[in-house]
Design a protein around this ligand. Structure first.
Ligand SMILES: Nc1ncnc2c1ncn2[C@@H]1O[C@H](COP(=O)(O)OP(=O)(O)O)[C@@H](O)[C@H]1O
Ligand code: SF4
Ligand SMILES: [Mg+2]
Length: 368
């Protein structure tokens, strides 16, 4: 078991860091050494998460980025204990601290406790959510079900209607039109907004969104992103935004976590990650984002394919695709090295022994 908690290895003090003595509040989520495996055969399992650690503070926004198969969805599902039956949390802890200041261990919750906790404290908008609604129930019926099943106290029909309407209005949907509609009667963008509204029905402290804009056209993506930024301001929830679209991540997140082969390989503020990434993979991932205008360098694709989790190379999992790889990289898997230490888990850390040789070229990727 490898410890991926950032270790202070000669950290520098960041002269530009805000003068703060650290957060007064506890993190909403405190994840330590989280491990998940999927059963793939009678005696075989793949380790999809190999020791993930991070803290998420109230009201903050974290983007989880990485190529397909790096474990982003697995992490989102594991955090809410929603893994499919073949997946299992095999190690680590997930501490959740509510408004009452009490910390609960999510991995130890019973199904009854999970039922009360989900939606009211932590909600998730799933990847491919366009199909998440039940096709034979109206949006109003599905929102009512969520409210009835997960509210702490009994809730009247009038209140259900009022709260559903309010949630829909908060995502700029007309309740009169949407509540009585079946999912197929809504456009993709409207469905996505209705799902976000459902996620926010019980005012959770944590919202996990898995690729919430992937199936949408550019204009609708824009609407959803602006909406999420507004909603976060209004409701103050902490957000984990899973995306392979780094430009969107750059807009919405305070902090970015890059994943590779089931591990966190770099973490830092959005500014750190997009202007001075220190893991060769993050640097390549950013350079693979399509440029906004013609005067930016040509799109660079990342050579090679992501490794198979079943047959990971020894040492650094990125070594077969890395131009900087040396024998030392292949000898042992590098741990996160703290580069700039900051409070509230805003530290910049990279799991690369040659991080000082990573010189990132492109500077700006955020969309206009
Ligand atoms: N239901 C499953 N059964 C077996 N393996 C799975 C399952 N879901 C995901 N995996 C494996 O776990 C790894 C991570 O997948 P996933 O979390 O979906 O990555 P991402 O969201 O970053 O694309 C992949 O290698 C994938 O093959
Ligand atoms: S540790 Fe070595 S192989 Fe891995 S990313 Fe850094 S330079 Fe490349
Ligand atoms: Mg995914």
């Amino acid at each position: 078991m490898t410890d991926t908690t950032p270790r202070p290895v000669g950290p520098e003090t960041d002269p530009d860091a805000p003068a703060t003595t650290g957060p007064a509040e506890a993190p909403v989520l405190s994840v330590r050494d989280l491990q998940v495996a999927y059963r793939t055969g009678k005696h075989t399992r793949v380790r999809a998460l190999r020791g993930v650690s991070f803290d998420l503070y109230p009201g903050s926004s974290l983007a989880l980025v990485g190529e397909s198969g790096s474990g982003k969805t697995t992490l989102g599902l594991a955090l809410l204990r929603l893994l499919p039956t073949l997946g299992e949390i095999t190690g680590g802890t997930i501490g959740y601290t509510g408004d009452d200041g009490r910390t609960r261990e999510v991995t130890a919750m019973s199904s009854a406790q999970l039922r009360r906790w989900r939606w009211s404290e932590a909600a998730m908008v799933f990847q491919g959510a366009q199909n998440a609604f039940n096709p034979v129930l109206t949006i109003g019926q599905q929102m009512a079900e969520t409210l009835r099943d997960h509210s702490r106290a009994r809730i009247s029909r009038k209140e259900i209607l009022e709260r559903s309407a309010e949630a829909l209005r908060s995502v700029r949907l007309e309740p009169q039109r949407v509540l009585g509609s079946y999912p197929h009667e809504l456009s993709g963008g409207m469905k996505q907004r209705a799902l976000i509204a459902t996620g926010l029905l019980l005012r959770p402290r944590l919202l996990v969104l898995d690729e919430p804009t992937t199936a949408l056209d550019i204009l609708t993506q824009r609407t959803v992103i602006d909406l999420l930024a507004e909603l976060r301001e209004e409701y103050g929830f902490a957000m984990i935004f899973i995306s392979h679209d780094l430009a969107l991540a750059a807009e919405l997140a305070d902090r970015v976590v890059t994943m590779y082969a089931g591990k966190v390989i770099e973490t830092g503020t959005t500014q750190d990650i997009f202007t001075a990434p220190k893991h060769p993979y993050t640097s390549k991932l950013i350079n693979a984002v399509p440029p906004v205008s013609g005067d930016l360098p040509e799109l660079a694709s990342i050579p090679g394919a992501p490794p198979s989790l079943a047959t990971l190379p020894p040492g650094c999992a990125f070594a077969p695709r890395c131009e900087l790889a040396t024998d030392e990289c292949r000898a042992a898997e590098p741990e996160l090295i703290t580069l700039t230490e900051r409070p509230a888990d805003m530290t910049h850390a990279a799991a690369c022994i040659h991080h000082d040789q990573v010189h990132h070229e492109r500077k700006v990727i955020a969309r206009a």
